[in-house]
Design a protein around this ligand. Structure first.
Ligand code: IDC
Length: 329
């Protein structure tokens, strides 16, 4: 008995520093340092109430590029200053969640991504990536089921954010989006009272002015998406930001690049710098599209780089390098 006690004491003493090391490592991660995020006024703030910027890379559609969803890769990005991963799941496109894709498999990729982010102490956005389905109400039933499942599964996670409709388009009105958003927010809030929920805005998540004129009332921790592609979108779009903030709208740039809106073509770093001036001025969170090596200029990895982990800065494309540099500051 005495021997056993001595043995246990020795184990406790020896494992002491190891335990505290891992606590220290965890505390140094973005989530370890900043904890659960909240919305205060127009700003995203950390657990201490201090304005906090998420600096993210979005996956391309996990329907195509699921191999990039792995902890090693996210760790590489974290070392480059990225603190947030957006998991983009197309709803209506090739292998889309609502267009013949394998739902259970897509959910397992999301689970892998969420758990990888949790292990790395990074934030993660679960993105219901509507695009060709234009109006989020088109697949309302699936959306409700999906968010019910997700919010139940991740209710005890402090690093998960929900983006409930990537880019409403095709003339979908703010009234329509709001109707959808209220339903989905209700579904999520049944399981998770606090997670940040980001709502897309009309015209490919550009018309934050319409949301600002008629925001969702009686809910906390709601933000509104604005997307830009700097070679296409310029001053007119940017000017909507201060105006919407004046009206009290919390804005989150959940998707962006310095290419044309097609995700390809010209790169405009000059215009990109103008966007970043505003991003820094208002301490906005910003996510870059997209973490893959597809042969288009928006891809953040060079097309010639075939690996899906073990990334170094030299593996980043021109846009990838630019974003890592700009997001750091
Ligand atoms: C683009 C991808 C491209 C893919 C296409 C599918 O970059 O490889 O073939 O989608 O429709 C968005 C969308 C995002 C687009 C991106 C670039 O949210 O899905 O990705 N973009 O066009 N909004 C503005 C630009």
């Amino acid at each position: 008995m005495k021997k056993l006690l001595i043995f246990l004491l020795a184990v406790a003493i020896l494992s002491g520093p190891v335990l505290s090391d891992s606590v220290v490592i965890q505390a140094k991660t973005p989530v370890g340092q900043h904890g659960r995020l909240q919305v205060k006024g127009v700003n995203l703030v950390d657990r201490k109430g201090k304005t906090f910027r998420l600096k993210g890379f979005s996956t391309h559609g996990i329907n195509w590029f699921e191999d990039y969803v792995n902890q090693d890769a996210f760790h590489d990005l974290k070392k480059m200053g990225i603190n947030c991963i957006r998991l983009a799941m197309y709803t209506a496109d090739y292998n889309g969640y609502c267009s013949g894709g394998d739902k259970a498999h897509l959910e397992s990729v999301i689970d892998r991504g969420v758990k990888a982010c949790k292990a790395e102490g990074m934030y993660v956005i679960i993105d219901w990536h509507i695009l060709n389905d234009c109006n989020p109400n088109t697949n309302l039933k699936d959306a409700k089921k999906f968010f019910k499942k997700m919010s139940k599964k991740y209710k005890d996670y402090n690093n998960v954010l929900y983006e409930i409709c990537n880019e409403p388009n095709g003339g979908t009105s703010w009234a329509d989006i709001k109707k959808y958003a209220k339903k989905i927010i209700g579904v999520i809030r049944k399981n998770d009272k606090n997670a940040i929920i980001i709502v897309g805005t009309p015209n490919w998540s550009q018309r934050i002015d319409e949301a600002a004129n008629n925001p969702i009332k009686g809910q906390k921790n709601i933000m509104y998406a604005m997307h830009f592609y700097a070679a296409t979108h310029k001053t007119d779009l940017r000017n909507l930001i201060p105006a919407a903030r004046k009206k009290g709208l919390p804005i989150f740039i959940t998707e962006s690049n310095i290419t044309e809106a097609s995700g390809n073509g010209r790169i405009d770093t000059k215009e990109g710098k103008r966007w970043f001036k505003v991003i820094r001025k208002y301490k906005l969170s910003c996510v870059a599209w997209s973490f893959c090596n597809k042969d288009e200029t928006a891809s953040l990895i060079k097309p010639s780089v075939k690996k899906v982990k073990g990334f170094k800065k030299s593996n980043l494309s021109k846009t990838g390098k630019w974003y890592v540099k700009m997001l750091r500051k």
